[in-house]
Design a protein around this ligand. Sequence first.
Ligand code: R5P
Length: 287
Amino acid sequence: MIVIPGTASQVLAKEVASELDAELASVTCKVFPDGELYLRIESEVANEECVVVQSTPRPQNRNIFELLALLETLREEGAARITAVVPYFAYARQDRSFTQGEAVTSRVLAKHISLHADRFIGINLHKSAILDYFTIEANEIDASPELGEYFRSRGIEDCVVISPDKGALAMAEKVASRLGCEHDYLEKTRLGPGEVVVKPKNLNVQGMNAIIVDDIIDSGGSMVEAIKMLKAQGAANIYVGCVHAVATGSAISRLFAAGAREVVGTNTIPSQISFISVSSRIAEALR
Ligand code: R5P
């Protein structure tokens, strides 16, 4: 097996290759003065099983183009089987047409990956339904257990795991199961005109250490609200975990300013909070 590193996932690709005892391909990627890309896969890939590891965070369209160009080149060079590992799948929040005429950009991306890959592997896709847009074998890895293990290793006592909304409740449940603690989600209740309270649906967090988990931290806005609400409910310390640290601008600082004690993410997007590696899970999926 040969692992082909995309420029957005160079360290993760190396980790995956090491875990699998696979060859790490040599790739040249240059940017011309006008912004166009030059790509060359220098390793011999004919008749080989090839795995491209390329995440698609900002600049999304550039990273996506690189991914597609690598896949197409592998096909042209005669690779036997091609797997596209896309740790962070861009456009996942546009999983459907919310209004007439809107482009379903996650579907556009899925269809184009399907043109040249034989298999797709993603991690915590914002909506799992995106898997149906692929016309090839498509699998999703759930990194919640890795988040759970991380917080377990921190030895946090008297804790509860909370998701900022119902959408991430399943994640909270899986993280909590690693910690052997309870989980819940934040629910918005309208008390009257202009009066809204946001609090855990079932649990009392007074005096508890709260671990808030979500799939994505982008602007940090959802997490900041969640931190404030849990503090207002009397939570002791607040820990924050996510899979994809999109972390736009000062998002991470905003979380600390709001009162988070610790903020962690995985390395699906390399960032200042990527303390958790998903390489073992990717290797496991590829074995
Ligand atoms: C939304 O449904 C996602 O799960 C995240 O909660 C959201 O994308 C986070 O965005 P932000 O950090 O900008 O609030």
